[in-house]
Structure formats: C-alpha cells, structure tokens
Write a protein that binds this ligand. Structure first.
Ligand SMILES: *Cc1c(COP(=O)(O)O)cnc(C)c1O
Length: 428
C-alpha cells in the first residue's frame, strides 16, 4: 500500500499545526505510523489522498450514521447554504430540530443547541451548578466529556477523592471540585457523597464509548439515580456519542434510568458541528435569557448545521427499523472477529449497542477503566496496522468505539471479517 502523499502531507502539516492535526486522537500516536489524509468519503468507505480505499468504521468518530456524503443530508445542507450561512437571529429550523429531538427522547422537555459536545457538557454542568447552588461534581474514570477545564481530571491519590488536573494549563483550583468515581461501582459513588455534601451533579456516559465500549450495568444506573435523588443531586447523561447511535430514544429507553439533563452531539448534527443539552423544563428555564445562568454562542443553532441535523434525525425517525438492522450487522462483524481471534488463540472481548461496537484484546470482561487498561495495546497496534493494509479503517486506539453506518454493507462486513482472519493469524 502506497501512502507517500499522506506522509508528505503529514510532514507539511506538522510544521504548521501542532502535531499535524487539529484534534489529537487523529494522530495515530498510540498505534504508531502516519495518519492518512483523506480525499473523500463514499458511503461506507474512505478514500485517502494516495487513492487507497478503506471500509470505514470510524465514521468521523460517530456522527455519520448514514455514511459519507449521504444524499438527503447533502441536499438539505446545499439548500440551506443557498439562503445564507448564518444570521445570528432565530430560524424555523432550530424549533423544528428541537421539536424532533424532544418528541423522540421522553425525558427531554427543553433543549438548547451549541456547536460542539465539549460546549454542551460544559454548559450543562454550569446549569446544574446554577440550579442546585452547589459547586462539586462527580465524574467517572474512563469517561470523556470534552476538554473543558473541570472535566480534564485524573484520579488523585485514590479513587473517590478530589481529582488532579490531567493536563498542564488546568489550575488545580478548577479541578478541586471534581470527584472521581469508578465506573459500574456504586460503592465508589457512595464514598464521593460521603466526601462532600455540595454535589451539584453526577455526569456519566450511560453507554461509555471513550474507554472502548463499556456499557453501564442497568442496576448500577438505577442505584445512581437513587443516590442522586437522596442527595438532591442532578444526574446528567452524556450522550454526545451514544445519542442516536445506540438507540433512537436515548439511553433511558434501554436502561430504564431517567436522567435530569442529557448532553448530545455527533449524530445530532449529521456531520456538521452541533451539540445540544436539554432536560426538565424547571432546570432548563434557569438558562439565560429566561433565567440567570449565562450561556451563549454566535453560531449556536446555525441554519446550515440545523439543516444537516434535521435531515439526519428526521431520516432516523422515519426508519426506526434501522437500529436493529445496524445492530445485527455490528454483531455479525464482532462475531466474525471473535471467531478469527479464537482460531488463533487470541482472547477478544466484544460488545455491541445499536450501531456502536467495541473490542478489547483482553482475556477478561471489561467493566471499568482499570479493566480496559489491562488490554494488550501492542497487539491492538499490530492489528490496526494489519487491518489498514487490508483496507479496513478502525479507530487508531484500543480505547475507542467503532461505528457501523447504514452505508456499511453486508459485503463490507464479510470482507472485514476475512481481513481480520488474515491479520489475527499474523499477530498471534
Ligand atoms: C465526543 C464526546 C464529547 C466531546 O464532543 P466534541 O464535539 O468533541 O467537543 C463529549 N462527551 C462524549 C461522551 C463524547 O463522546
């Protein structure tokens, strides 16, 4: 496989852009090698600037549930572009997308649109703090909620204590309000509530996708809800990744636990930069200009982005049958990969939620971040490189989730399984 053009492009980019990329996950750091520069996407495939084709299981890290260059979304965007890119005044599309999303997700009563998942989460946390008049928050190890200061936190001296910044540039003063708990471990959450009586909210990915795919246990979420209610603390589901990816009606639909606030992103923008947060009226009404909690955005609810979101979510709503179909395809892929691994004596843990899938080179089931970290990242790197050679594009880290799109055909799945059989044989 010739990737000379990508290598040259990467060298040029590195001279001008830190690390050559505008988001670090793209840099292939954890698997080695050079990131591929993309010329275009076609349905379930990517084409790089050297003309190589790949079956794409990244799908722009989640947003493209209908695959690349979907015609419905493309046409909606073009029609919107022709009317002007942005007005900084209300448009009908904002109310239409709000209504569509609120109708689909039962616990949502009001919603506000922003331009990224990071912004959605940051704003939801400010709102939770403003609503409860409390400062502390609980997050879980291994969950990612965007790159705002108080969420870039790692465990301090132990779990269930106030965290320390995980990046230079984040003052310890900003993270001292963030307590860290262990995913799927209710005792660690109880300990956090013992440490502080000032907890505004608990934020969780109910279907975690940023430590690899690790869904929360139903019982765990139910107990979390109970603890939050007992302490007057809000429960926030961060569904930036899982929203409209795992199910059509939110994680509440498959877990049975109802959050107070939900944050969204990725699929909701159909490939354009959109984030959103919403929840109960009494909480959302605290938001400026209705209430005192300030939040704003020059390009929030941008008409072109709303058009893409409306087209994508509208099409999902009309085709609710899509989710079981996508889930079946994902299950077939993982079943094939697992078989390929077993044939070569390689332990592989797999899981699927709707169009999201995950796999760990690990001999034990993965329930939390510590388990995930015990995975064989060297083997993953070899697998990743081998699959690229075979024309299959997986996320460049063991700790990411894979995505099936409606444009990922059964034929592509079978081709990927055959490739996995070859590659597993080479890396055993
Ligand atoms: C991607 C993601 C974010 C951040 O969204 P950006 O649009 O990258 O800022 C937040 N939370 C979760 C769960 C995510 O997967």
């Amino acid at each position: 496989m010739n990737t000379q053009s990508s290598q040259t492009a990467f060298n040029e980019a590195q001279a001008l852009i830190p690390g050559g990329v505008n988001s670090p996950v793209r840099a292939f750091k954890s698997v080695g090698g050079t990131p591929l520069f993309i010329e275009k996407g076609e349905g379930g495939e990517l084409v790089d600037i050297d003309g190589n084709h790949y079956i794409d299981y990244v799908q722009s890290w989640g947003p493209l549930i209908f695959g690349h260059a979907d015609e419905t979304i493309e046409n909606a965007v073009i029609a919107a572009v022709k009317k002007g890119l942005s007005f900084g005044a209300p448009t009908l599309a904002e109310t239409q997308l709000a209504k569509l999303v609120i109708d689909l997700i039962p616990s949502l009563e009001k919603i506000r649109f922003v331009s990224s998942g990071t912004e959605a989460v940051m704003s939801a946390i400010r709102l939770a703090r403003g609503f409860t008049h409390r400062d502390d928050i609980i997050k879980f190890e291994g969950c990612y909620h965007g790159h705002s200061d108080s969420l870039l936190v790692q465990a301090g001296s132990g779990m269930a204590t106030f965290g320390t910044p995980s990046s230079p540039g984040v003052p310890a003063d900003f993270t001292k309000h963030t307590l860290l708990a262990k995913y799927n471990d209710i005792q660690s959450v109880k300990k956090c509530f013992e440490q502080s009586s000032d907890i505004a909210c608990v934020i969780i990915e109910p279907i975690a996708g940023n430590m690899g795919l690790v869904p929360a246990d139903k019982d765990f979420l139910a107990e979390l809800r109970f603890l939050c209610d007992a302490h007057g603390t809000l429960l926030i589901f961060d569904e930036v990744m899982s929203g409209f990816r795992a199910t059509l009606r939110g994680a509440e639909d498959i877990t049975g636990t109802i959050p107070d606030l939900i944050t969204m992103g990725k699929v909701i923008g159909g490939g354009m930069p959109v984030g959103a947060f919403g929840g109960k009226k009494e909480i959302m009404s605290q938001l400026s200009p209705e209430g005192p909690v300030y939040q704003a955005g020059t390009l929030s609810g941008n008409p072109v982005a709303m058009a893409a979101g409306l087209a994508a979510i509208g099409k999902l709503k009309e085709n609710a049958i899509l989710f079981p179909i996508l889930q079946k395809r994902a299950e077939r892929l993982l079943e094939g990969m697992k078989e390929a691994a077993l044939q070569n004596g390689i332990a592989l843990q797999t899981d699927v939620r709707g169009s999201m899938f995950g796999f760990f080179f690990n001999d034990k089931p993965v329930k939390d971040f510590d388990d995930a970290l015990k995975s064989d990242t060297k083997r993953f790197a070899a697998f990743h490189a081998g699959m690229l050679e075979e024309g299959v594009y997986f996320a460049c880290s063991q700790f990411e989730t894979g995505f099936i799109s409606t444009a990922t055909t059964d034929e592509m799945i079978e081709k990927s399984i055959l490739a996995a059989k070859k590659v597993m044989g080479r890396i055993k």
